[in-house]
Design a protein around this ligand. Sequence first.
Ligand SMILES: NC(=O)c1ccc[n+]([C@@H]2O[C@H](COP(=O)([O-])OP(=O)(O)OC[C@H]3O[C@@H](n4cnc5c(N)ncnc54)[C@H](O)[C@@H]3O)[C@@H](O)[C@H]2O)c1
Ligand SMILES: O=CCC[C@H](NC(=O)CCC(=O)O)C(=O)O
Length: 486
Amino acid sequence: MSHLINGQWVDGLGHEMHSVNPATNQVIWQGRSATEEQVDAALKAARAAQFRWFSQGLEARLAIINAYKAQLEANKEQMALTIAEETGKPLWETRTEAAAMIGKVGLSITAYQERTGSKEGETPAGRAVLRHKPHGVVAVFGPYNFPGHLPNGHIVPALIAGNTVVLKPSEQTPRVAELMLKLWQEAGLPSGVVNLVQGELDTGKALASHPEIDGLFFTGSSRTGHLLHQQFGGEPGKILALEMGGNNPLIVRQVADEAAAVHDIIQSAFISSGQRCTCARRLYLPRTDQGDAILARLVEATGKIRVGKFDAEPQPFMGSMISASAAQAMVDAQARLRDLGGETLVELRQLEADTGLVSPGIIDVTAIGDLPDEEYFGPLLQVIRYDDFDQAIELANRTRYGLSAGLLSDSRDEWEYFLARSRAGIVNWNKQITGAAGSAPFGGIGASGNHRASAYYAADYCAYPVASVEADRVSLPATLAPGLEI
Ligand SMILES: NC(=O)c1ccc[n+]([C@@H]2O[C@H](COP(=O)([O-])OP(=O)(O)OC[C@H]3O[C@@H](n4cnc5c(N)ncnc54)[C@H](O)[C@@H]3O)[C@@H](O)[C@H]2O)c1
Ligand SMILES: O=CCC[C@H](NC(=O)CCC(=O)O)C(=O)O
């Protein structure tokens, strides 16, 4: 029973699916995908539940949403374990993901009140009132790298605003989604308010193209996001929020603390085995003695990074990638860059055949004239040596993406210079470029998003404003318009 439709757990009627622990290939979840008819049933359930969910009022909705938060708190270790088993991420890290899911509730309530609250004031035309209303039924698509936190980051604000939801999680992480929905049920969520359909491409397409949806909130690759955007062409009445990938640059300048710089680079490039949308993919190092020294320290520290299974003791910094094929894709990407003229400084290696366990890699791609503008979604850092700051900024901006960017420099003037010229939605100074806060907006420009930032600004795409001019009774104005006699 892997789909939740109208409050009932049902078996899928589509094709067989399974998910594995990617470090061992042990099967940890099996089921069948949802068919078009099951997607249709889930959307009809969401539609039937929507007005009642909205019209009961914010306080009643928040009572259930806070009960869900309490369920997350009571089951946070189980959530962390489930995410770790299915994604391969180490437990220390999935505990932070479970904590982010809990934190999301309070942040989203504050954001809803601050960004989409109501207000009223007197105007010459009468009492002007601003309110916000939900779009209706929204589809949520989640990625595999944060299978709890990121779908949760769409669902919680959507429900606060009064929408109902059909969730299609990544086909690589069905088990996490199942646990999340069980916690919503335990919290007393009425039937049909959140529905879960598991599946791959067919299920995703059936949901995204269904006429019943009023909006779609997507977190995933730029490729899929662009397909969805094309599909939504000619549908201006539907809200589409796209949170997509990046090819993120990090520039290093003069710094006093080289060890701290190396730490920020490693946290930017290799956390979550490089499977974060914000990860640094391109590192710009000056052609100076200090650039050489930082690179030497980085190579040494990268070679010492502990990689291992999610529950290994002592804990690894990097767990398994999501699958053996994702690991192989990184080995292939490294080979392609090498063929183009890249020089391997630390080799990314698959550590155990047919698993997602890989070691982190660094490749110097300075000699590649036309560097591919690709998001390599794994622990492979490309290094580019540069001569002057303007050149580094120009190269850093040479991407169709624009998610995150960073500068490591002890000069405030350089930071201000960089900030003014960088093209990204998240731009950090002397801090890692991963690990964004839920109390800030989160989104990118270019191929990274469609100007519907998530996290603190998710409230904005979950509700639309309704402006009213109101009076308690109809009354004639003191002066009639010329030419009128009443
Ligand atoms: N900007 C962000 O907030 C953010 C956060 C996390 C991950 N990401 C990006 O997500 C990617 C990794 O996640 P992924 O591999 O799961 O992404 P993906 O695009 O392969 O899948 C995302 C979701 O879309 C579904 N899907 C795939 N093709 C579809 C189609 N044609 N029609 C409808 N649905 C479809 C998938 O089943 C999944 O549920 C990376 O590119 C990463 O940068 C972005
Ligand atoms: O993989 C992409 C997300 C990475 C993560 N971003 C967030 O968690 C955004 C904050 C939020 O949604 O609450 C990161 O920056 O590491």
